[in-house]
Design a protein around this ligand. Structure first.
Ligand code: NAP
Length: 487
């Protein structure tokens, strides 16, 4: 790593793309066991360097040691899940139709499988210096699909990006991989632009702001040869509460909600940005008490802090918005205290800007008078990463509410809170715009690998020229659909 060798792992965009391009055919042709082994080698190396990496992350991100150590575990767990996804082989989508001359017209031998797109540019996120950054889910899933990765370092933690890239590159070399499987370019705006514009890049994965994501998506689309852009741009993640559920549960609900929207200083794309509940004085009082007891926290960067404070001011200035608890910046220690506002159902429908994400420790109580108002808010929602309901279970309105949540969100919760995204086979972390630029995709979980592959059908190509995945003998022992039957 750079801390052990003293050499930075940052390359110019040209060098990083050239190396990624050169190594792409080798990497695409790796057998599944070798590729999974490389992912596990990176995970093992990161785990063994945790004591060096966490202090760098603490110094750069202002996040605490316990949180960051947990995040390292999430990151290496993610890499290991992707190794399992590779070995499993389902993502290759192998389908074989043997030639059948008896058909009219006769059918040739047809064999279909997914192949990697080629070098992927990954934009590291600021809010998870490990789990959504240099070796985060985007990198892990792109590597699992067989794509070399060039990471654009996040300006919030460039030294950590360099250090963890060194750990990963050294692990890859020790495991027998050539240069170019993983590369790093600097944290400047221009490096990111140049990277997306480089013709050797075949896809982009991004986690960050809507403004930045859309600017880069436009660059990807305007290239002479446009490429897919997978942007995760954030979400307001509304939680609906029915009247039957609320009765007697006000304190418990308030504690859960405030704990979730202030977690990590509200710097999660899964933060619940709206609590949509019946108008109720007991709930108001419980919320004010809970948020008043929440501590101040430092935010990731000065820029994110300033953008957050400006976002709070903009909302407070809307006439229909009532401040239930005013937080704000404590200049003495640069900590931001959480803010909670309230607005009526009719007012939020009249102010669609209140349905936009405000990244940081603030949220909005939306008070409704009847079920019809609740459903009108559900209809007005933008695309979401997550949405949920706290209900008893026999409310008739659920039959209308739940389909509306599915129509807008990638993850629908029953109870609980949206912060906390399990890294597992079934997870969907995506959703319609503006949550993401690609509603069919996920950036967390096993299905994240699907973003960086595309299907090819080989017609009458002799087996010796095909991937072992497509051989009749099935040497990789992966699922194959043969003549219509899945084995
Ligand atoms: P950001 O401003 O979107 O930046 C993310 C990455 O994109 C950085 O590497 C940034 O480089 C680059 N970038 C941004 N705008 C660009 C442009 N016009 N052209 C080329 N590159 C561009 O995100 P951030 O700095 O991490 O946080 C700012 C805001 O993003 C937050 O307040 C929050 O609203 C949102 N955010 C969302 C998520 C999420 O989970 N979706 C996560 C983190 C942050 P430069 O910094 O050099 O411009």
């Amino acid at each position: 790593m750079s801390t052990t060798t003293g050499a930075t792992r940052v390359s110019s965009v040209d060098v990083a793309c050239a190396q990624a391009h050169e190594t792409a055919p080798w990497f695409a042709a790796t057998d599944l066991s070798t590729r999974a082994g490389l992912l596990e080698a990176i995970a093992d190396a990161v785990d063994s360097h945790i004591d060096e990496l966490v202090p760098i992350a603490m110094a750069e991100s202002r996040l605490g040691e316990e949180r960051l150590r947990g995040e390292v575990g999430r990151t290496t767990g993610q890499l290991r899940l992707m190794a399992n996804v590779v070995r499993d082989g389902v993502f290759l989508g192998v389908v074989i139709d043997h030639a059948d001359p008896s058909l009219t017209p006769p059918r040739p031998d047809l064999r279909r499988m997914n192949i990697p797109l080629g070098p992927v540019a990954v934009f590291a996120a600021s809010n998870f210096p490990f789990a959504f950054s240099t070796l985060g889910g985007d990198t892990a899933s792109a590597l699992a699909s067989g794509c070399p990765v060039v990471v654009k370092s996040n300006p919030g933690h460039p030294q950590l990006s360099d250090a963890i890239m060194a750990v990963a590159q050294d692990a890859l070399v020790a495991a027998g991989a050539p240069d170019g499987v993983l590369g790093l370019v600097d944290e400047s705006l221009q490096a990111g632009i140049d990277l997306v514009n480089d013709d050797r890049i075949e896809a982009v994965a991004f986690t960050g702001s809507q403004r930045g994501g859309l600017a880069l998506a436009k660059i990807a689309a305007d290239r002479p040869r446009p490429i897919p852009f997978f942007g995760e741009l954030g979400s307001i993640n509304p939680m609906f509460v029915t009247a039957d559920y609320l009765a007697g549960r006000e304190t418990e609900l308030a504690a859960g909600f405030v704990g979730s929207f202030t977690l990590g200083a509200g710097q999660f794309c899964t933060k619940p940005g709206l609590l949509i509940a019946p108008r109720d004085e007991t709930l108001r009082a419980a919320l004010i008490e809970a948020v008043g007891g929440a501590p101040g926290q430092r935010m990731l960067t000065d820029g994110i802090r300033d953008m957050f404070l400006a976002g709070v001011d903009a909302r407070v200035s809307i006439g229909d918005v009532e401040v239930l608890h005013a937080g704000g910046l404590d200049d003495a220690n640069d900590e931001v205290r959480p803010t909670l506002m309230a607005v009526s159902a009719n007012a939020i429908l009249a102010h669609p800007e209140l349905l936009e994400e405000c990244f940081g420790p603030m949220s909005l109580l939306v008070e409704y008078d009847d079920a019809e108002q609740m459903l009108r808010i559900a209809d007005a929602l933008p695309g979401l990463l997550a949405a949920g309901v706290h209900a008893v279970g026999d409310e008739s309105v659920l039959a209308e509410l739940l389909p509306r949540l599915s129509a807008h969100a990638g993850r629908v919760l029953w109870g609980g809170w949206p912060t906390g995204v399990a890294v597992t086979w079934s997870m969907q972390h995506g959703g319609p715009f503006p949550a993401t630029t690609r509603p069919e995709s996920t950036s967390v979980g096993a299905a994240a690998v699907q973003r960086f592959i595309r299907p090819v059908t080989y017609q009458s190509v002799p087996e010796e020229w095909l991937s072992p995945a497509l051989h009749d003998a099935n040497p990789w022992a992966i699922p194959q659909r043969v003549d219509g039957v899945l084995d």
